[in-house]
Design a protein around this ligand. Structure first.
Ligand code: C2E
Ligand code: MG
Ligand code: MG
Ligand code: MG
Length: 292
């Protein structure tokens, strides 16, 4: 990249750095109008029970179809949205859209799958956050227990008194909570006893190495034990192989999501996917071993 260091140790502004800065400004100005121009949409990744193989929920993942940049992934624009404060409006839209689309799916298919929505720390600390959640539920008619919010360890480790209250108030609405990318935050884990979250999500980095690296296997095993001893559920993310799924099931991990089961799907795709899973459940006595 463009950051080079000069002889005296000072950063030098190279033409390449200038171009990067220019790209960033273009991206930022395009993001400012993305919401009103309806360029944002959600895709949904299935979450599968490892004991019953049923579809238990979906995670909503944000996408941006920009006329200028093409399909932009969240790792590119979420940090920008956080820095500019645009995340508050974008995050509120995600909550509303996810609740509406999954409530409609539930009515069409006749199931009660849950939807998990990712939250940025700054969204939670915004003064209207709880009203935003309540409105998303009321407008959509989604049962509160069908909504899960994913928060990060980063949020739980910082100014915990305020965070604790917000998490508790979200839970008092009947919404469930999960800690995303669990195990990557390191440092002080004492927050885990104060926040009564419902689920831990084992980060993909541990899952992807759990068959080849003894340390990752140890961490995965420990997270599952920790979750269960604190009466939490545990879900593994980024499951890509049957071997990983078999291993996680043997370790009594409750559920999993990842490319093995499905990539994130568009609304029409997830609707037909959940319909076929639902029909399968209805017509099958023991769905136990259809995949592995
Ligand atoms: P995350 O919440 O940990 O989401 C999981 C990411 O892993 C997703 O990437 C998903 O597509 C990807 N993934 C799922 N299964 C597999 C797999 O088997 N293998 C591999 N290699 N990857 C897999 P995505 O959609 O690009 O999202 C990246 C991150 O962006 C998310 O990480 C989340 O932190 C953030 N994000 C996404 N949507 C939102 C949103 O609506 N709001 C906020 N605040 N953040 C979001
Ligand atoms: Mg997530
Ligand atoms: Mg995650
Ligand atoms: Mg992750």
């Amino acid at each position: 990249h463009g950051k080079t260091t000069g002889r005296n140790g000072l950063a030098v502004f190279t033409p390449e750095l200038g171009r990067l800065l220019h790209d960033r400004l273009r991206l930022e100005s395009a993001l400012r109008t993305a919401l009103e121009r309806h360029e944002l949409f959600l895709v949904y990744q299935p979450q599968i029970s490892l004991s019953t193989h049923r579809l238990v929920g979906v995670e909503a993942l944000l996408r941006w179809r920009s006329p200028e940049f093409g399909l932009v992934m969240p790792n590119t624009f979420i940090p920008l949205a956080e820095e500019t404060g645009l995340i508050v409006a974008i995050g509120a839209w995600c909550l509303e859209c996810a609740c509406q689309e999954i409530a409609a799916l539930q009515r069409q298919v006749g199931n009660t799958i849950s939807v998990a929505v990712n939250l940025s720390p700054s969204q939670l600390h915004e003064e209207h956050f709880l009203e935003t959640v309540e409105r998303a539920l009321t407008v959509s008619g989604l049962i509160p227990s069908s909504l899960e919010v994913e928060i990060t360890e980063r949020l739980l480790m910082s100014d915990s008194e305020e965070s604790l209250q917000i998490v508790e108030r979200v839970q008092s609405l009947g919404v469930t909570t999960a800690i995303d990318d669990f195990g990557t935050g390191f440092s002080n884990m004492s927050y885990i006893t104060r926040f009564k979250v419902d689920r831990l999500k084992i980060d993909r980095s541990f899952v992807s190495r759990c068959l080849s690296d003894a340390n990752s296997l140890a961490v995965t095993t420990a997270i599952i034990a920790l979750a269960h001893s604190l009466n939490m559920e545990v879900i593994a993310e980024g499951v890509e192989s049957v071997e990983q799924a078999v291993m996680l099931r043997a370790l009594e991990c409750d559920s999993a999501q990842g490319y093995l089961f499905a990539h994130p799907l568009t609304l029409p795709e997830i609707t037909s996917y959940s319909r076929s899973m639902h029909d399968f459940d209805e017509n099958t006595e023991a769905p136990g071993l259809w995949m592995y």
